[in-house]
Write a protein that binds this ligand. Sequence first.
Ligand code: KG4
Ligand code: ZN
Length: 342
Amino acid sequence: ATDLTVLGIETSCDETAAAVVRGPLQKQILSNTIRSQIDEHSEFGGVVPEIAARAHIEILDRIVAEAMHEADCSWEDIDAVAATAGPGLIGGVIVGFMTAKAIAMAAGKPIVGVNHLEGHALTARLTDDLDFPFLLLLVSGGHSQFLLVRGVGDYERLGTTIDDAIGEAFDKTAKLLGLPYPGGPHVEKMAARGDVTRFRLPRPLLDRPGLDMSFAGLKTALRTQAKKLEPVDEQTVADLCAAFQRAISDVLAARTRSALEFFQERHPDTEPVIVVAGGVAANQEIRQSLLDAANAAGARFVAPPMALCTDNAAMIAWAGIERLRQGPVDDMALSPRPRWPL
Ligand code: KG4
Ligand code: ZN
């Protein structure tokens, strides 16, 4: 194989991002530019799709130019353009994928339409020395799922949330307790000051086999407990956050243990590996409980650097490289897809 230089574009949520990556041999991130829209959305307590799409339109050209400049690349140096074609907020996906198509057409380069989840799934192969198959736990604002990654384009979803995503549960809980958006980091900060024994929250679905998860009930249980104590003082908020975070960590650890058992049965001769991705992976207590679960199973735990765990364009460029390595790709006829399971 020879190395390819690929421009990646990511616009499926509230991050406008472009990156240039070189691989598969060198695995070099030549640039990784990102602009978050958190300020535009924070007053609404969540991402507003229409505002997101407009913000992507306004800034994407500049972000792409920055990524190209930082990588010291001209269009001739680029072998292909890869962009998220779904799943995600469709307005933003259209902006990014259509821009990518226009660039590819003008520069005479192939276009790769990348599934955003595939981007997350393959990132660890950019940052670590990692062969197929491996387990992926994706925990973000929009997704919570266990995937068996068997190869490029070869994924098996082993379990998913049946209601809220974990990040979403953190954000809704934060809102309920009067903490700012996005709630995850604030809940974590409060939890550090909380008494984890004061409140007892459920561990939804753990009494059932399989790898599915549920988090909506947790938020409801927390609301019920908070209501009884109104007005809620700061220590109570901290105690509730601690209980909430512990419940989530316990559920994830238990499911990770089951996922690793499944992996060892399915692939008895392969070293078990669990990779974590998504914004929730920033949470130290969750990280620690995943690491403990991996250690107990004799498995390797891989957590890419946070900037590559959360939404970014380097992962999209890398997924493009992985797809191109398998053979020629030209997704010019592909349409953006709001829903696109792996
Ligand atoms: O992957 P990400 O940046 O964006 C997508 O959702 O695609 O994840 C953002 C989510 C938000 O819901 C945020 O509250 C959560 O990750 N998050 C955290 C922490 N940092 C970010 N959740 C718990 N603890 C954290 N420290
Ligand atoms: Zn994502």
